[in-house]
Design a protein around this ligand. Structure first.
Ligand code: HEC
Ligand code: HEC
Ligand code: HEC
Ligand code: HEC
Ligand code: HEC
Ligand code: HEC
Ligand code: HEC
Length: 362
């Protein structure tokens, strides 16, 4: 059988061709779904009389993490495989439940370890109660305030518990819930350029423009001694350049989790409670310091910073006592620099200036 090799190849190519063709022919375009679901007035009345919107905002979907990764409507609503326009509703309803775990199995595994999965409460969150579904965003570029307010604080009021923790507001403002509640998740101190007067993070674009750098060469340009990380002096130089260009910047420090599936193993019993995990010279949590530059799509570039920088700068709202200690010489320098804005800086500045006093009183 001389021809067998050839005919086998023919059959293989034929099958591949048919497969590709079928993908093209039967895949339902998002635009078909949006012909109906892209209408803002598209609603149905539920049996209980309530009106439910069936509108999906096409522009918001397009810029979501799934939209930008070309995930189609039918990748999630995978039970809809064809549309039959002869019928009033062209697909069967109710539509099957979406399984985020089809694509996110490691997150699903981690969620199964969490207090939420173990709870019998019907109000315990599913993936999309925390993340939303059509308009899912990334969070790497977000501050603690933006992350926690979006997730945990919708259902929990942490001020009602945690009575063992002094200065609750300060901790919740600068330590992401998951840092304590997902003890296995990788964590780091995130430093960002911020304006100490408005207390707003300065857009990365502005920083890069003023420093004449790009995301790619930022570290190389600033790291004068070529030790692979940003040291106190190198950061001070950057602040000085920014100041010359009219950008008044300081550093804001926060304790956050890294983007890793293990953030989902939320626990109560094993949550971090020992003060020394953070408030000690040897804290491993505080030794990983990264400068964060957010990008438009809410991803972020991070650049390693030497731990000493934490002790030398006034890092806004970030005084993990005894782990980060501002040296007297720096305080004097800061008094001179900050003298002019002490009033405008208000609360934050006063807190900073009274730190050495408060420490002596202890
Ligand atoms: C990342 C997965 C995902 C993608 C992609 C997705 N959906 Fe959904 N969709 C869901 C989830 C989850 C629900 C909520 C199900 C629930 O409430 O139980 C939902 C609900 C809906 C609903 C019911 C109304 C509502 O908002 O709750 C409609 C209509 C809908 N989707 C249409 C679409 C269309 C059209 C697209 C494409 C433009 C799309 N979906 C893309 C996950 C997705
Ligand atoms: C011709 C208009 C039309 C098109 C096209 C259409 N749908 Fe629908 N869809 C409807 C109607 C009508 C309902 C409400 C059915 C009901 O609940 O009575 C609905 C309901 C839904 C729901 C909610 C169902 C539920 O269980 O509550 C989802 C999800 C959905 N559609 C997704 C899609 C997706 C994904 C596409 C594209 C593959 C699509 N639809 C295309 C008309 C349409
Ligand atoms: C068909 C596959 C698919 C499904 C189903 C799916 N996703 Fe995704 N998801 C992706 C892809 C691809 C990315 C982008 C991954 C990347 O680039 O890191 C993503 C990214 C994400 C991110 C952003 C992660 C980050 O980097 O911050 C979140 C959050 C997310 N998905 C949540 C969900 C939720 C919630 C559901 C269910 C409603 C869901 N996904 C269903 C494919 C999917
Ligand atoms: C959609 C609502 C919702 C969201 C969002 C949510 N939770 Fe929960 N959480 C619950 C419910 C419901 C329970 C179960 C309460 C019970 O079983 O008594 C729970 C339980 C817990 C518990 C255990 C409480 C106990 O007394 O045993 C902790 C800790 C917790 N959640 C932390 C978090 C954290 C951290 C986040 C954010 C990453 C979060 N939750 C987001 C609803 C939510
Ligand atoms: C410094 C670490 C830390 C931080 C930050 C933290 N928690 Fe906790 N949390 C704990 C510990 C430890 C417990 C265990 C309770 C106990 O033993 O008192 C707990 C308990 C809880 C409980 C259960 C309360 C109860 O009634 O028993 C909830 C809910 C909770 N935390 C939510 C949150 C949320 C939401 C945030 C973010 C705003 C947060 N936590 C931030 C350490 C922390
Ligand atoms: C209780 C709230 C909560 C639930 C439920 C939840 N997440 Fe998350 N998720 C988070 C938090 C918090 C982060 C860390 C990012 C942040 O701090 O904003 C995160 C991060 C992620 C990331 C980026 C990190 C990574 O793993 O690459 C993905 C993807 C993701 N979640 C998908 C899911 C999926 C899929 C489910 C369901 C199986 C789910 N999440 C359930 C709170 C939640
Ligand atoms: C997960 C890390 C972590 C744990 C655990 C933790 N802290 Fe903190 N703590 C911080 C950080 C970060 C700050 C800075 C917050 C700020 O200034 O806004 C802080 C601030 C403080 C402050 C305010 C300092 C000042 O100068 O205003 C006090 C007091 C404090 N912590 C005491 C404690 C005690 C006592 C415990 C144990 C019961 C504890 N902390 C547990 C991280 C932690």
């Amino acid at each position: 059988m001389k021809a067998s090799g050839k005919s086998l190849a023919f059959i293989v190519f034929g099958v591949i061709f048919l497969f590709l063709f079928s993908l093209g022919a039967f895949a339902i375009e998002n635009s078909e779904c949006l012909d109906c679901h892209g209408d803002p007035d598209f609603t149905v009345e539920l049996p209980n009389g309530k009106v439910k919107s069936l509108y999906v905002n096409p522009d918001k979907f397009k810029v979501s993490v799934h939209g930008t990764n070309e995930i189609a409507c039918t990748d999630c609503h995978s039970d809809i495989t064809k549309l039959n326009y002869e019928k009033e509703v062209p697909h069967k309803v109710p539509v099957a439940k979406v399984n985020c775990s089809d694509c996110h199995d490691s997150e699903q595994e981690s969620v199964e370890e969490s207090v939420h999965s173990k709870s019998i409460s019907p109000k315990a969150p599913e993936c999309f109660n925390c993340h939303s579904y059509h308009y899912t965003e990334r969070s790497a570029a977000l501050t603690v305030d933006e992350r926690d307010h979006k997730f945990c604080l919708r259902c929990h009021d942490p001020l009602k518990s945690h009575n063992w923790l002094p200065q609750k507001e300060f901790h919740f403002a600068r330590v992401e819930c998951s840092v304590c509640h997902s003890p296995e998740a990788p964590k780091f101190v995130a430093l960002r350029f911020y304006n100490p007067i408005t207390e707003e993070v300065i857009p990365s674009k502005k920083i890069l423009e003023a420093l004449g750098a790009t995301y790619e060469d930022f570290l190389e340009k600033l790291d004068k001694n070529k030790n692979g990380k940003l040291d106190t002096e190198e950061l001070a130089t950057a602040l000085a350049i920014l100041k010359k260009k009219g950008i008044h910047a300081a550093f804001m420090g926060e304790l956050v989790v890294d983007m890793d599936p293990s953030v989902h193993s939320i626990t109560k019993e094993k949550a971090i409670k020992e003060c020394s995990k953070c408030h000690s010279e040897k804290s491993s949590i505080l030794s990983n310091v990264q400068l964060v530059l957010g990008k438009g799509d809410k991803t972020a570039e991070t650049y390693p910073v030497s731990k000493a920088a934490l002790t030398s700068f006034h890092v806004g709202h970030f005084y993990a006592i005894s782990a980060t200690r501002i040296k007297v010489i720096d305080i004097i320098g800061l008094l001179i620099v900050l003298g002019g804005i002490a009033f405008a800086g208000g609360h934050g500045t006063i807190r900073m200036l009274t730190i050495p006093l408060r420490r002596k009183n202890k």
